[in-house]
Design a protein around this ligand. Sequence first.
Ligand code: F6R
Length: 242
Amino acid sequence: MKIEQVENYQEMSKYACDAIIDKVNSLQNPVLGLATGSTPEGVYNYLREENRNNRVTFRDTCTFNLDEYVGLAGDNPNSYRYYMNDRLFNHIDIPKQQTFIPNGKATDLSKECREYEQLLEDNQEIDLQILGLGLNGHIGFNEPGTSFKTRTHVVDLALSTREANARFFDSIEEVPNQAITMGIETIMNSKQILLLVSGERKAKALDQLLHGEVSEEFPASILKTHDNVKIIADKAALSKVR
Ligand code: F6R
């Protein structure tokens, strides 16, 4: 794992935006893995701007999101499909049919998971995956204790994750109990991974990642065994690193 230290959130976002643009511009049919949450919002703002300025086109890009809440339809403002359309896809030149997010309203969730894996395989896997870091070390919605061997699956969300995400909902009761997420093995199949970490809130988790052992109790620790991972962390996130 390499680590790139940047000053602040804006610098982290710009760095990731440039890495995505370089990747997209270097491949004929790039496949991006994308995340939601607070961390990548700045990256998506920069990508919108760069697309507007014609520095990059997404016409031939495919995207796969990490996860989606079970039970939320794409037009629900708290769904990750809504988030992605709102923050990025509605503002860039990517054809919507090239953007994939698990369907949280699928009647057969196991089938949905299998089909998502198949789609990834059909698209030759992910060239560049963007990840955020959960306070408990989760990546995607793979909570502590998840097997490193998982592919796309349905998960029960940890209370701490539901609490952390309750800020987007009217109350914690409204945060779904389950999600569909790419598995850890699915994420590890990505050719390249950028893990974005910003703010003091994440400092303890980042310290644990850098100094703890590789363990299913801290899902992000598996990234240490991938040969092309870069962490982009700002000063605040690195403030508790031993
Ligand atoms: C989002 C995702 C999660 C988040 C993580 C950090 O698609 O899969 O793993 O990346 O929970 O969330 P934020 O960025 O809101 O701190």
